[in-house]
Design a protein around this ligand. Structure first.
Ligand SMILES: C[S@@+](CC[C@H](N)C(=O)[O-])C[C@H]1O[C@@H](n2cnc3c(N)ncnc32)[C@H](O)[C@@H]1O
Length: 376
């Protein structure tokens, strides 16, 4: 059944693209595009090939594919899409520029990144979501995706991160809100054609240019910085009793801590955490991991998926500490409590994202495996 479907699809659409595809993909104009523009070029060309085929052969308004294209063309266009849309060369005459422009101006504006456990796996248009959900870097909901193993496209689910009041707008993140401010504004402006005025962007706008974070060589300055960060995010220093902040932390962020928004800060800190969590020493991993968790609690809303996956890594690191030779008997009991608490918060958080298609692997399975170890 699936094979027959694929072969029909090839006849209708792929043959228009594929004969010239290899030549096109190796051309200097295609190679000069950014990674996401290449993906857009392929998707856009596919859409144009579909449009071409069905308009040419079946102009009846009852045609299902044409109706889908009508839905697509009814979406909000980008005011000023790039002058030259990226298009892969195809096996038929050039499209009229106004057709390409009409499609492209709706294309990037309504594209969503499809992810599985936060790894980007593609782009997609979901017409209902495209009509309903605006972006915020301080969203009250997230998008999750489910993947069925039956050749059907992924399904998008929108899940609330907290109670949403009657009449309050439901907003989702179109990209990772922890990206540097300038990068976030570029994506909003160039891909979607708007200026983001969410609380995180309004705050970020006031603190540019952002001062440099303490350097790795400045151990003392760095330790003071991380202590301050944890004091702001956690009401006490005991990792076994940490919780989500009761109110947003951003408004009370002192000036000394604004370097957490510097473009180098999060990538450097998460690398130091990952390296130490992998190779040890685990006490260093926990110090860096707590500082990173504190930064996430300031930047992301509570129960945000990225914080959930980090909490899971912290739970694993605390468990590894208990079975290492770095810990005393008393310290071991404390680390077990911390690991349980990290795992509890991680499980609550990742439950909101859901399984994203996995069975037997992925964060849900990791949580179950660690829970079994902690209960043994
Ligand atoms: C996926 S659509 C969202 C639904 C759209 N507002 C509609 O009415 O069809 C994306 C477009 O909505 C607008 N948009 C999304 N988030 C916005 C925001 N935070 N501020 C202003 N405009 C926004 C932009 O025009 C963007 O290109």
């Amino acid at each position: 059944m699936q094979r027959a479907g694929q072969s029909a699809h090839w006849k209708t659409v792929h043959r228009h693209m594929c004969k010239t595809l290899n030549k096109s993909l190796s051309s200097s104009s295609f190679q000069g595009l950014m990674q996401h523009e290449r993906l857009d070029a392929l998707l856009l060309s596919h859409l144009l090939a579909t449009h071409h085929k069905f308009l040419k052969n079946s102009p009846s308004p009852k045609n299902e594919k044409l109706e889908l294209l009508d839905v697509f063309l009814d979406l909000l266009p980008h005011d000023q899409p790039p002058a030259t849309p990226p298009v892969v060369e195809m096996n038929f005459a050039r499209f009229p520029q106004n057709t390409v422009d009409a499609i492209y101006s709706r294309f990037s504006n309504n594209n969503f990144v499809i992810h599985s456990h936060l790894d980007q796996v593609g782009h997609g248009i979901f017409p209902l979501a495209s009509r309903l959900f605006n972006h915020s870097c301080a969203p009250n909901a997230i998008m999750a995706f489910t993947f069925e193993d039956n050749g059907q496209p992924p399904r998008m689910l929108v899940r609330a991160l907290r109670d949403i009041k009657d009449g309050e707008e439901i907003t989702v993140p179109y990209f990772d809100p922890a990206l540097p401010y300038q990068r976030r504004q570029e994506i909003c402006q160039f891909s979607y054609g708007f200026v983001c005025r969410c609380p995180l962007c309004e705050f970020s706008k006031r603190i540019v240019p952002i001062s440099e974070p303490p350097k790795d060589e400045d151990k003392e300055e760095q330790a003071t910085f991380e202590r301050l960060l944890c004091q702001l995010a956690f009401s006490n220093s005991n990792s076994a009793t940490i919780d989500w902040p009761r109110a947003p932390l951003l408004p009370s962020l002192p000036g000394q801590l604004t370097p957490i928004f510097h473009e180098d800060y999060l990538p450097r800190l998460s690398k130091r955490f990952r390296d130490a969590a992998h190779d040890g020493p685990y006490d260093l991993a926990l110090t860096k991991g707590m500082a990173l968790l504190a930064a996430y609690m300031i930047i992301y809303p509570p129960y945000y998926p990225q914080t959930g996956t980090h909490l899971l890594e912290l739970a694993k690191t605390a468990w590894n500490m208990t079975i290492s030779d770095q810990v005393t008997k008393e310290g071991e009991a404390d680390m077990l409590k911390s690991s349980r608490r990290f795992l509890e918060l991680a499980s609550q958080t990742l439950a909101i994202l859901g399984k994203e298609g996995d069975e037997g692997y992925g964060p849900a399975a990791d949580c179950a495996a660690l829970r079994a170890l902690l209960e043994s």
